[in-house]
Design a protein around this ligand. Structure first.
Ligand SMILES: [Zn+2]
Length: 86
């Protein structure tokens, strides 16, 4: 899949509520980190996010970016069969 930027609502859910924006499950499984970013994964639906490491945002409102790096499982199951993406 192509990584896409998280929406404002998705970033709010992750950073301010610490909940998966897709299934609402609280908390994340931390994944690898490098530089100013780290990966978080939802322990329920498996969605993956690439987000700023905690020391790179102020914990209030300034979270300028974030990417979806793995679709939630429900989205994968809804994907109709078709040619594999190149
Ligand atoms: Zn989830």
């Amino acid at each position: 899949m192509v990584f896409r930027d998280l929406t404002d609502a998705e970033r709010r859910s992750i950073f301010l509520e610490m909940r998966c924006p897709f299934c609402g499950t609280p908390g994340f499984v931390p994944g690898p980190r490098g530089g100013a970013s780290r990966n978080l994964f939802c322990k329920c639906c498996g969605a993956g996010f690439n987000v700023p490491a905690p020391e790179y945002w102020d914990g209030k409102t300034a979270f300028p970016w974030g990417q979806l790096i793995r679709e939630p499982l429900a989205a994968l199951l809804r994907t109709p069969p078709g040619p594999l993406p190149s």
